[in-house]
Ligand binder design. Structure first.
Ligand code: ZN
Ligand code: ZN
Length: 175
């Protein structure tokens, strides 16, 4: 850990919403966008492990003390969605989904085919890491219990689109 300024994390939030709700412990849970899906895991196809790619380090350069990948950037680890069982049982997770770098959040939104990036803000937060893991931890998403709002800035939808043009987005799941 570097001394001085505490580490901050980046979260995407609706512009019309009050980012202050992120500080409410009762609301510090994350659920998937759209319908919660239970059953066979579509992320690892039952293998129980997934290839992790830290979007923050891929976009902003790898960092040995990155809280998402510890500088590993690409590695294989227990699938975050089924937690190794091959079946999805639990989609509600403890904490707010964040990225350790703004660039990682942008890359994630570019990759996520159902992300709506209009009318959103990027909220920079401090907080404690949750011991739970985000459903998209394999892309370097973390869960934190936010403590303090550091800044709120408009999300630049044009930047997200240009990353999509450069890197492509996820394949549609299912058949
Ligand atoms: Zn990383
Ligand atoms: Zn899985």
């Amino acid at each position: 850990m570097s001394a001085g300024r505490p580490r901050t994390f980046f979260h995407c939030h609706p512009a019309e919403g009050d980012p202050g709700v992120l500080l409410d412990p009762d609301q510090q849970v994350t659920e998937p966008w759209g319908e919660p899906e239970h059953g066979p895991c579509d992320k690892c196809e039952g293998a129980g492990t997934a290839v992790y790619e830290c979007f923050s380090c891929m976009e902003a350069g790898s960092e040995p003390d990155c809280p998402a990948c510890q500088g590993r950037v690409r590695f294989e680890q227990t699938c975050p969605t089924c937690q190794g069982s091959g079946e999805i049982h639990r989609t509600r997770r403890r904490g707010i989904a964040v990225f350790p770098k703004r660039e990682g959040l942008y890359r994630y939104l570019a990759w996520k085919s159902d992300a709506d990036v209009e009318g959103k803000v990027v909220v920079e937060l401090t907080g404690e890491l949750s011991d739970d893991c985000d459903l998209d931890a394999d892309h370097g998403a973390l869960l934190i219990f936010p403590r303090e709002l550091v800044s709120v800035e408009p999300l630049d939808a044009g930047s997200v689109r240009s990353i999509t043009d450069r890197t492509g987005e996820e394949e549609e799941a299912g058949e």
